[in-house]
Design a protein around this ligand. Structure first.
Ligand SMILES: Nc1nc2c(ncn2[C@@H]2O[C@H](COP(=O)(O)OP(=O)(O)O)[C@@H](O)[C@H]2O)c(=O)[nH]1
Ligand SMILES: [Mg+2]
Length: 213
């Protein structure tokens, strides 16, 4: 991640301290809100920490639901950050218990959203820092490259690793995505639980969306 000045970090903090609200959960592509605000989407396996990351960014514990139950969030959920941008919680992939038809339905929804959304500025693809990139993640990366959507990898739950280990996974992940055309060439280490990486991610989202205070 690029370095941020103290001013940029402070602006990011102030921006994300604005009120955030749930807009709607879409189960069908026809239900998407008007594309009238910049959007940042969060994708990744079920249980990787998408909802927790959104909660961590806005400093609210219960904005996006976070649960232990894989596959509970099967809609595209939109959150409005005080009319400045929308944060989008995409359906998780890789849940074991769902039927093939259910899985396909929600993958198609995610894909349709990614392909057609003119206001989508970036996708953050979340990877559990304890596991690194898995085959199912590679498929998601392929889909993003194919859709030519700018994306960046975020390692989650870094608090669960020993000191220095997250950096090793970070380096390995960076190497693995080096040749991917739509990948942003930096990997962010985060812990939503401990607040690690949140100030930098806020500043980066502010920069990426062009949002102002
Ligand atoms: N230790 C730790 N646990 C986390 C962190 N982020 C999420 N979790 C836990 O991981 C589980 C799944 O998180 P959730 O945000 O619901 O994942 P989602 O399915 O991708 O939305 C929950 O039990 C969270 O409490 C983190 O930074 N550190
Ligand atoms: Mg979730």
């Amino acid at each position: 991640m690029d370095e941020f000045t103290p001013e940029e970090l402070e602006e990011g903090r102030v921006l994300f301290a604005r009120p955030a609200t749930f807009v709607l959960g879409c189960a069908k592509i026809e239900q998407l809100p008007e594309p009238d605000l910049p959007e940042i989407a969060f994708a990744g396996r079920s249980n990787v920490g998408k909802s927790s990351l959104i909660n961590g960014l806005v400093g609210m514990h219960k904005l996006a639901r976070a649960s232990n139950e894989p596959g509970r969030t099967r809609e595209v959920n939109f959150f409005d950050l005080d009319g400045k941008m929308r944060l989008v919680d995409l359906p998780g992939y890789g849940w074991a218990k769902a039927s093939r038809t259910t899985v396909k339905k929600f993958q198609d929804l995610g894909r349709d959203y990614l392909r057609g959304r003119v206001t989508l500025k970036r996708v953050y693809l979340l990877i559990d820092s304890r596991h690194g990139l898995k085959k199912v993640d590679d498929e998601a990366l392929d889909a993003l490259d194919l859709a030519a959507v700018s994306y960046q990898i975020v390692l989650t739950k870094a608090d669960k690793l020993k000191k220095g280990e997250a950096e090793k996974v970070q380096a390995a992940t960076l190497k693995a995505i080096a040749k991917r055309p739509a990948a942003f060439p930096a990997v962010i280490v985060t812990s939503a639980e401990k607040g690690v990486g949140m100030p930098e991610l806020r500043a980066e989202i502010m920069r990426t969306t062009g949002a102002t205070l």
